[in-house]
Design a protein around this ligand. Sequence first.
Ligand SMILES: [Zn+2]
Length: 265
Amino acid sequence: MYLLNEKDYIRNILAAKKKPDDLSMGYLINLLSKYYYSPESDAVTLSEIVKEQILGFHLDNYQEYQYHNKIISACQELFEGTADTSLKQREYIPVYEPELHLIHSLPGDRQRKLMFTIYAVARYMGCDGWVNKKDSKGILEIFKLANVTATSEKRNELLHEFYTRGIISFGKRINNLNFKVHLEDTGEIVYKIRDFNNLGNQYIGNFKQGYRQCKSCGKAYKVKSEKDYSSRYCEACAIERRKSANRKSMTKAREMKKCVQSHVS
Ligand SMILES: [Zn+2]
C-alpha cells in the first residue's frame, strides 16, 4: 500500500473509527505509533495508547497478544531513533524530464508503464533509488500498480530486460526482489503523481498520443473523437453517466408532475 499523505490518512481513519480492509495491521500499528509519538513520552506509554486506539476499531477476531511484540518494537524504534518518527505528508511524487525521456525511449507500452511505475515507487521509498521487496508478492504489487498483467516468468523477463539495458541494477542477492534505478533530480518536473493508483494508465493517459485516462474508473482509453478529449470518461463510464443523468432528470420530471397535479387537485 502506498500513501502520499499518511497523516491525513490516519486522521481520517481515526475519525471514522474503521480500519480499511486493505490496510495491514503492521502498517496500522506503524501509523498509529507515529501519530501519537511525542519525544517527551516513552515507549511503554505510547504502546498503551496504540493498543487502546486499536481496540477502538472493534476489529473482528482481534487478539491483543498477537500484536503485542509488534506494537512494542514499533514504539521502541521511534524512541531509539532507528525509525523515522514523522508521518509522510507529500502532495505528489515528481517525475523529472530525463526520466520521462528514458521511459519514452523504451520499445513498448508494457515496458513504459512499468518503468514509469518503478521510478514512482523508487522515489516513494526514498532509499536512493532502491526498490526492496520482501517476496514475489511485492513485485506483483508493482506490476499491478503499473497496470501490466504478466505471469511471474514474464515479470522476471521484463525486469531482466531492464537490467540488460542498464536501467536497473540488482542487489547482491540475485533474486529480482531488490533492484535500484538511477533517480534523476535534474531538469524540469514534467508530471506530478498525486494519486498513487493505476500508474501505468496514468502514464498512457497523459503521455501516449491519442489516449486519455478515465476520471471515473482510472482506465486508459483511446480517444476516438473530439468529444472524448473533453469528456475525460471512457466509453463505459460515459454511457453510465448519461444513464444516471437521464434517471435523475426523469425522477425530477416525475416529481414536478406530481407537484403540479397536487396543486391542481
Ligand atoms: Zn471509465
